[in-house]
Design a protein around this ligand. Structure first.
Ligand code: FMN
Length: 309
């Protein structure tokens, strides 16, 4: 019972408001070749028995392998594994060359690097529209507390961060004096407060999302770029960036030079100067509390900490 009134791109953007982790699901095909797919549809189902699920696109090359396999492994990626996510999001074979892994239960390849790992016995396969829903019974699992998970949100890779406290720490409200004098707290809080104001402003005044702003800011320095070169700079997988680019092309701010390369349109160039101006004014407001020489000293100091010079 479909609803053909839905605009597919818009529906996918709505779904992107629900952040997920990123996994690579692995198994072996009937010839014994290792198979792997990047999937963000992973979720827990049941504690007793221990069940998890994920869904695979019926158009995936590895659909039949996963439909018929007796075992598979879920490798939850850490924040340092964006390259692995992109590699396994490509279509077809030979995704494992150069990847360190060994055989797990039932021969499923388990990656040597991971944030968590769930080795599963196939438990059930359900129809799910244009996807199949695969439920696995967890036979064994492990995780590394030291690794922060990779996050996927609104079509972009992200990292999880603790929610900014609403109460300013002072000696009298019980928050530690140490915190209010701690560099990492000051940096994070400065970023949190000021970025919170910037993105709604760009949305209200120019109707652009943070994802579009990143694309515009990078393209404003480049005549045209291949999507494959742009993707890592805006932290989007290439497929998701193509959707962002098509969305922008529909709005007239971006043009496809060919199937794989994009550039700002005339409307996009005007938008870029508006957005850069909003960013500059916003920066000036944030720095207004400081005399000019201190503001440039602050930036120099941050560049030194980042070893940018
Ligand atoms: C972050 C991210 C999440 C993804 N999640 C899924 C998913 O849950 N299910 C799926 O079938 N494909 C998902 N994909 C797309 C597949 O990884 C991609 O289609 C891949 O080509 C499938 O491999 P195959 O065609 O070799 O089977 C995702 C891609 C990315 C970048």
């Amino acid at each position: 019972m479909g609803n053909s009134a839905f605009d597919v791109k818009d529906f996918r953007r709505a779904l992107g408001q629900f952040p997920t982790g990123v996994t690579v699901i692995t198994t072996r095909d009937e010839k014994g070749e290792p198979i792997g797919v990047t999937a963000s549809s992973f979720n827990s189902v049941s504690i007793d028995p221990p069940l998890i699920l994920w869904s695979i696109d019926k158009g995936a090359y590895s659909l039949d392998t996963f439909r018929n396999t007796e075992h598979f492994a879920v490798n939850v990626l850490s924040r340092d594994q964006v390259d692995i996510s992109n590699r396994f999001a490509s279509r077809g074979e030979d995704k494992f060359s150069g990847i360190e892994y060994h055989d797990g239960i039932g021969g499923s390849p388990v990656l040597d690097d991971y944030a968590a790992q769930f080795e599963c016995k196939s438990w059930a396969v359900y129809e799910g529209g244009d996807h199949l829903i695969l439920v696995g019974e967890v036979v064994d699992y492990r995780y590394k507390d030291i690794h922060q998970p990779l996050v996927f949100s609104r079509g972009s890779y992200a990292v999880s961060a603790s929610h900014p406290a609403m109460v300013k720490p002072t000696a009298t409200n019980g928050a530690s004096e140490f915190i209010s004098d701690y560099l990492l707290y000051l940096l994070r809080e400065t970023y949190n407060r000021h970025s919170q104001e910037l993105y709604p402003k760009m949305q209200q005044e120019c109707g652009v999302t943070p994802e579009e702003w990143r694309v515009v800011a990078i393209l404003s320095d480049n005549a045209q770029m291949n999507l494959s070169d742009l993707a890592p700079l805006v932290m989007q997988p290439e497929g998701a960036l193509r959707e962002t680019a098509e969305w922008m092309a529909d709005k007239g701010t971006l043009e496809f030079v060919n199937d794989n390369a994009v550039a700002l349109s005339a409307k996009g160039t005007v938008l870029a100067s508006q957005l850069l101006n909003i960013a500059k004014v916003h920066e000036a407001n944030a720095l207004a509390a400081l005399p000019e020489d201190q503001a440039s000293l602050l930036k120099d100091s941050l560049r030194s900490i980042l070893a940018l010079d």
